[in-house]
Design a protein around this ligand. Structure first.
Ligand SMILES: [Zn+2]
Length: 312
């Protein structure tokens, strides 16, 4: 197995303030834990290009792209921030970081489809799954997974892809972007009721998004994945699988109130690997979304990567 690891220093320069949980130290915590776990040498570290604005425009409105670009670039060389909403801010590096985050997902998609690597994890920020076609929100500027999935469909000509979103929050942006697009199946669970208070009513008939109550643990998630996700994924026969890999359902993560542990993320990843092996030539591109307890995040990403790289 060749598992690629995509990250870029620019992704640590996007900073929404010292109080903000979606912080640059998240990526450092992941890198530190890879080294501590001695799996860093086993991964294929790959360079991350900048996404083109035309790539973003495959998913997002011109006005949304211009808003992020103009307000971020206006802050270049300053320490200021511009609030897009109460918890989503731009600094002078956010535009560049966002282009790297989307660029990583796109480069990983290209490399997996060309067969250069088996699968990939993009350790990038800002995250993406709350970003809708017209609005950056919920710590997310552009929807990295949606941009990559549409690239796989439109540029590489894939006919069916799946998006597995195991972040604790509903991926409202991803669902909205692909609602009614029968080429895309989205499966997810999310704590409900909880931010962004969507998802309980399906948007388009091509998503299996399962609300779960607070204080659910991994056994609940494994059961719903077995009963609801896997039959839908097998019926869809995706030619590639994208993962919105948020680790904020971890029981040590104070952002939410769920009880997953590293073994649950490993189990979820094994299910994705099995579906990908059966239908998709093993093609998986996983992108970091949430995960705010730094220790739990690092350990959970390692658990995810060990399965992706077939190290256990
Ligand atoms: Zn989240």
């Amino acid at each position: 197995m060749t598992t690629a690891f995509y990250t870029h220093p620019d992704c640590k320069l996007h900073d929404m303030g010292p109080w903000h949980p979606e912080s640059p130290s998240r990526l450092q915590a992941i890198e530190d834990q890879l080294i501590a776990s001695r799996i860093d040498q086993l991964l294929d570290y790959r360079s991350v290009p900048l996404a083109q604005e035309s790539d973003l425009a495959q998913v997002h409105s011109a006005a949304m792209i211009a808003l992020v670009r103009e307000h971020s670039l206006a802050l270049a060389g300053t320490s200021g921030c511009y609030p897009l909403d109460a918890d989503t801010l731009l600094n002078g590096h956010s535009w560049q970081a966002a282009l790297r985050a989307a660029g990583a997902a796109l480069a990983a998609t290209d490399a997996v489809i060309k067969g250069e690597i088996d699968n990939a994890f993009c350790s990038v920020r800002p995250p993406g799954h709350h970003a809708t076609s017209t609005t950056s929100m919920g710590f997310c500027l552009f929807n990295n997974v949606a941009i990559a999935a549409r690239h796989a469909l439109e540029v590489h000509g894939l006919e069916r892809v799946a998006i597995v979103d195991f972040d604790v929050h509903h991926g409202n942006g991803t669902e909205e972007i692909f609602a009614h697009d029968q080429r895309v199946l989205m499966v997810s669970f999310f704590q409900h009721p909880f931010y962004p208070y969507s998802g309980a009513e399906p948007a388009g008939g091509n998503a299996v998004n399962v609300p779960v109550p607070a204080y659910s643990d991994g056994s609940v998630v494994r059961q719903l994945a077995t009963e609801k996700w896997l039959p839908a994924l097998d019926a869809h026969r995706p030619q590639m699988i994208f993962v919105s890999a948020g680790f904020d359902a971890h029981r040590e993560d104070d952002m939410a109130q769920m009880g997953l542990v590293e073994a649950d993320y490993a189990w979820l990843t094994r299910q994705v690997m099995r579906v990908a092996a059966q239908h998709a030539q093993g093609r998986i591109v996983s992108c970091l979304e949430g995960g705010y307890d730094l220790s739990a995040l690092g350990r959970s990403v390692v658990a995810h990567l060990k399965v992706l790289a077939d190290l256990e």
